[in-house]
Design a protein around this ligand. Structure first.
Ligand code: 13P
Length: 279
């Protein structure tokens, strides 16, 4: 069932767990994510970035995500990930998205606040996420990233919720999109400070490549939404390469993605177990 993002944040706050946000690009990935959520009986954010939405064709992909969410037996919020502009936020809300992210994290604090306030005002009550500090890396292409990028300032995090009216806040604590060079080193002391100051639930982006133990620690310290993308794409490419190498009889497209969907579903289920289990 399609639900407001705020409902899922509330669910996570009450249970002291995190709800997973998983990025899709097409029907097959959407299917894997929602099958995993249904198998685990847990809610999820079904997320899509602005780039993939536009390259797939806005209406076909948005409509498919919304239809799949409505059909699901678990609560699903359809979420716009990392929009740099309010126009895309508005377009997604008009289409029926129940959660959006406006990303002004590369702007100075005051500009970020102004952009997020504008997005919140135009969202008409739809759940809005923003980012403070900068999570490096490309959301759609994996490279390995070093950290060392400006992290979220706890004082600014404390002001951000009241000054913008935002529903949740993505933070930078040494996390990055895509796989990491070696072990990621998250700044848990900073996370504890951020959780103490922020008036809204915290979001961790860039979960691919972060160990389950570190993810559990983030949840214990107050992260309530965790974003995963690269590990799903990694599972997709690996399984697809194997399927293609083995050959699919009769060029049967209906069988082509079976193994890949199963592999992606397993990946998402493993994440959901970690996110939901750390209660
Ligand atoms: P990863 O690709 O590192 O899992 O990050 C996903 C993400 O944060 C999407 O916004």
């Amino acid at each position: 069932m399609l639900v407001p993002g705020r409902e899922l944040l509330q669910y996570a706050v009450e249970r002291r767990c995190a709800v997973g946000s998983f990025n899709t690009y097409n029907l097959e990935i959407t299917r894997a994510i929602l099958r995993a959520a249904e198998a685990k009986g847990e809610p999820v954010f079904l997320a899509v970035g602005r780039g993939p939405l536009m390259s797939a064709g806005f209406s076909p992909l948005a409509s498919a995500m919304l239809a799949a969410a409505r059909d699901a037996s678990v609560p699903v919020a359809v979420h716009l990930d990392h929009s740099p502009d309010v126009a895309t936020v508005q377009r997604c809300i008009e289409a029926g998205f129940t959660s959006v992210m406006i990303d002004g994290s590369q702007r100075p604090f005051a500009d970020n606040v102004a952009l997020v306030r504008e997005a919140v005002q135009s969202a008409g009550g739809v759940t809005v996420e923003a980012e403070l500090g900068f999570v490096p890396g490309d959301e759609d292409r994996s490279g390995a990233h070093d950290t060392g990028i400006p992290m979220t300032d706890p004082d600014q995090a404390g002001r951000f919720g009241p000054e913008t009216g935002v529903d949740s806040l993505a933070i930078a604590i040494g996390n990055a999109h895509g796989f990491y060079n070696g072990e990621p080193h998250l700044d848990f002391d900073r996370l504890a400070l951020l959780a103490g100051r922020s008036t809204v639930p915290l979001v961790l982006h860039g979960a691919s490549g972060i160990s389950d133990d570190d993810l559990r620690r983030c949840i214990e310290l107050g992260v309530r939404k965790i974003n995963v993308n690269t590990e799903i794409r990694y599972a997709l490419f690996g399984a697809l390469q194997e399927s293609l190498a083995q050959g699919i009889a009769g060029y049967d497209v209906t069988k082509l993605f079976d193994a890949a969907i199963e592999a992606m579903q397993r990946t998402v289920e493993e994440k959901i177990e970690v996110f939901a289990g750390a209660r």
